[in-house]
Design a protein around this ligand. Structure first.
Ligand code: MEV
Length: 424
């Protein structure tokens, strides 16, 4: 990844130039990134959601150094919180020493549910559904020519009984291979189209037809080994493992541990216009699958004393369809990642989550989280205090020198710099 070292020290043009060299972005796409203050015009935004009055921007940055399944990546991240991109990039650099990230995904299947009540005989209803499996799948697949053409689409049906206030609810689940799409719309469509037939053969009434965001047929795992010599030796390795064990044994810590992971996951998901609410909901349900809320990562060490991290979670993401086709910056971000595969995108997102968790735990057990954070936080405080952008760096270094990183100090310094500038 030549040229990407000290990426943070380069100016905007130099950074964009490196992105251009690494990716296949067209000059027009680079200009689009460079010149936009908001990257969706009103008319486009007005078609995306209702009652639009404007657009709302967040910073887009690039995480560097990632090697995932033996391929180098630069990764776009959209986030308001400082330190996250720097932390991921640093973690990825350390992971590279012993081979980078290894990630894999199982299937890209979405789950659709039809909830049926008032069956006279639920067991017989299930028999009827199973007997008519082929017809139900055919019906579901009649909703998609695109998926059927590539031999994807609805693949399987299963039934579950749930007792609610002494009544039996029948849940019919459709397993759909959605290829490179996130697939919410097609899943909902399929559920709706099979519902009248399900009612006919079960004698029941369907209450809801909707996808489940608990995407357990889209599980991703990623792992990396962090050389003990690059992180301060086995003492630090042991501290990180202990930090993980604390999260294993205390839900209050586990939630914060997983929040750090989601910092990485949501940033990449934002940049590629994924449904981050679906991703969050599934991740936290998965973290609670044993009945207790647990960390999404595990940390152990190998015989050499190097740290081994791994992450496992459901991730429903897409590279085609939905908003990705509409949002120009999301399209460009996918080009920066250089993949059209939803599975590859999932592997990348999970690896960034793991990197982020490593960086947070490492900082927590060494210098503490505030040291790295405070410089960036000071920048935000200086801006919040109304400091002119050209004076921000000066105000930040004065705050650090005075060991007083607070809004009061930022206001005081802003006035000082304001005055000295005026005197000149
Ligand atoms: C802050 O956004 C995330 C951390 O709190 C995560 C963690 O504590 O593991 C640093």
């Amino acid at each position: 990844m030549n040229g990407f070292s000290k990426f943070f020290e380069k100016d905007k043009d130099e950074r964009l130039n490196l992105v251009k060299q690494f990716t296949k972005l067209k000059p027009s796409e680079l200009l689009f990134i460079k010149n936009q203050t908001s990257n969706i015009e009103f008319e486009r935004a007005n078609k995306m959601i209702e009652n639009v009055i404007g657009t709302f921007s967040l910073p887009l940055g690039i995480a560097t150094n990632f090697n995932i399944n033996n391929k180098n990546y630069i990764i776009p991240m959209v986030i308001e919180e400082p330190s996250i991109i720097a932390a991921s990039s640093k973690a990825a650099k350390i992971a590279n020493v012993l081979g980078g990230f290894k990630a894999r995904s199982n299937t890209q299947y979405s789950i659709g549910q039809v909830h049926i009540v008032d069956c006279d005989d639920t067991d017989n209803a299930i028999k009827q559904i199973m007997k008519n499996t082929n017809q139900i799948l055919r019906l579901a697949n009649s909703k998609t020519h695109t998926l059927s053409k590539i031999k994807k689409g609805a693949k399987k049906i299963s039934c579950r009984k749930v007792t609610i206030d002494e009544d039996i609810l029948l849940i019919v689940e459709l397993l759909i291979d959605v290829g490179n799409a996130m697939g919410a719309n097609i899943t909902n469509n399929m559920c709706e189209v099979i519902s009248p037939f399900l009612e006919k053969i079960t004698g029941g009434k369907s209450i809801m037809k909707i996808l489940s965001n608990y995407s357990t047929s889209r599980i991703i795992t990623a792992s990396a080994i962090f050389d003990k010599n690059k992180i301060g030796g086995e003492k630090i390795v042991n501290k990180i493992i202990l930090a993980y064990k604390i999260a294993m044994n205390d839900e209050y810590r586990a939630v914060t541990h997983n929040k750090g992971i989601m910092n990485g996951i949501v940033s990449v998901s934002n940049a590629t216009c994924q449904d981050t609410r679906a991703i969050e909901a599934a991740a936290h349900a998965f973290a609670s699958r044993t009945g207790r809320y647990l960390p999404l990562t595990t940390w152990t060490k190998n015989d050499h004393g190097d740290l081994i991290g791994s992450i496992k979670l459901p991730l429903s993401v897409g590279t085609v369809g939905g908003i990705i086709n509409i949002h120009p910056m999301a399209k460009i971000c996918l080009k920066i990642i250089q993949t059209t595969s939803a599975k590859t995108l999932s592997c990348i997102i999970a690896s960034v989550g793991l990197a982020q968790n490593f960086a947070a735990l490492y900082a927590l057990v060494t210098d503490g989280i505030q040291k790295g954070h405070m410089k960036l936080h000071a920048k935000n405080l200086a801006i919040a205090a109304g400091t002119k952008l050209e004076n921000v760096d000066m105000v930040v270094s004065k705050m650090i020198q005075a060991n007083d990183i607070s809004i009061q100090k930022a206001i005081e310094l802003k006035k000082y710099f304001g005055n000295t500038m005026r005197k000149k």
